[in-house]
Design a protein around this ligand. Structure first.
Ligand code: NAD
Ligand code: UD1
Length: 314
């Protein structure tokens, strides 16, 4: 049984990971519930939930000095690119400063740690047009979110090389699945489309706001494949000090997404087209050769992932 810290563990990716890991491990979760919810977590003796902010140095010092962790997953962040454009200073404190403090505390108190995993993002590649993006592709972060993720990722990997803090980073592309909170204007696009379809199904008169033409594309990766990727990166020796794309290697446009979902649910969703968002990337697609080298093979196409999502109650 390992002891594992998950920051942001009440959120979409964190809580799904926690639901899996709590079956055989002891977890400590720190989350301020700004986007996450305690109801995402099972009530079990193996989870200690702490409602608090990762920028709270007193709290984080207490958590890191009073526990001996085997693994740390640092997932807490303001996950919205658009929100970071609206609130660059506030999001910088959470998306960058908290990482730096966590690294220092880990160096000081966590001598037995097996791995710290940092959640970086495909946003670091920006809109440089060459696709697909491999880990060594040109980095061109366009927004506060992307700049913070890239800088934090660099520190995370440098702590492995310089101070022997065992770290790895993952660049998630667009993750989707059950438990993704649709209730903010900045929520992930699939959670928003599913929410609008659900409301339409319930007889509500609603539409989906498409920012841009709908021709923009993303590499959407299902949460089950993300859990597999995290397990491989956390436990393999060769991933130490390395960064990995986590994606499927397939791109889907927003128009295609709406079409697949409308077909799966047999509902027509009215689309309200608006201007593109500031800092939005047009196309995103991953080269996943590097993580395939760890044994990763994504199982879910977008259609299969969305079908599973709907089956699980979306
Ligand atoms: P999420 O918003 O569902 O989860 C983030 C969690 O962090 C939430 O529960 C939120 O309440 C918590 N949180 C936010 N600020 C906090 C703070 N100051 N202190 C403590 N907790 C705080 O988002 P997610 O999709 O689960 O993303 C998890 C991580 O993965 C984030 O770091 C995000 O940037 C990164 N990521 C996500 C995606 C994606 O497509 N979902 C893609 C790339 C990277
Ligand atoms: C997402 C993640 C980000 C991650 C990045 C990696 C979220 C909230 N964002 O950002 O954490 O780092 O992938 O690739 O999980 N859109 C609409 N209408 C809406 C909402 C969105 O048209 O109501 C459009 C956006 O303008 C964008 C596309 O959908 O063109 C995807 O947006 P979003 O889901 O926010 O994802 P990213 O910005 O790619």
């Amino acid at each position: 049984m390992d002891k594992i810290l998950i920051t942001g563990g009440a959120g979409f990716i964190g809580s799904t990971l926690a639901n899996q890991l709590c079956l055989t491990n002891e977890l400590v979760i720190v989350d301020d519930l700004s986007m996450g919810s305690k109801s995402n977590l099972p009530q079990t003796d193996t989870i200690t939930f702490i409602e608090g902010c990762v920028t709270d140095k007193v709290l984080m010092t207490q958590v890191l000095s009073e526990n001996n962790f085997d693994y740390i997953y640092h997932l807490a962040a303001v996950a919205s690119v658009a929100d970071s454009v609206e609130r660059p200073l506030e999001t910088h404190e959470i998306n960058f400063d908290s990482v730096f403090s966590l690294l220092e505390l880990t160096k000081k108190y966590q001598s037995g740690l097996k791995r710290l995993i940092f959640a970086s993002s495909a946003a670091v590649y920006g809109d440089e047009p060459t696709l697909p993006k491999a880990e060594e592709s040109v980095i061109k972060p366009l927004t506060p979110y992307a700049i913070d993720k890239f800088a934090a990722e660099k520190y995370v990997l440098a702590y492995s090389n310089l101070y022997n803090v065992p770290t790895s980073a993952v660049r998630f592309f667009n993750v989707y699945g059950p438990k993704q909170n649709p209730n903010s204007p900045y929520s992930g696009v699939i959670s928003i489309i599913l929410d609008r379809l659900k409301r339409k199904q319930a007889g509500e008169d609603c539409s989906f706001t498409m920012f841009g033409s709908g021709k923009q594309s993303r590499d959407f990766v299902y949460i089950e494949d993300v859990l597999l990727a995290l397990r491989l990166v956390a436990t393999s020796k060769e991933s130490l000090g390395e960064v990995y794309n986590v994606a499927t290697g397939v791109e889907t446009t927003l128009n295609e997404l709406v079409e697949i979902l409308s077909e799966l649910l047999a509902i027509e969703l009215p689309i309200d087209y608006q201007e593109s968002r500031e800092g939005d990337i047009e196309h995103s697609l991953a080269d996943i050769h590097k993580i395939k080298g760890l044994g990763f093979n994504p199982e879910y196409s977008v259609k299969a992932g969305l079908t599973d999502c709907i089956k699980r109650g979306f």
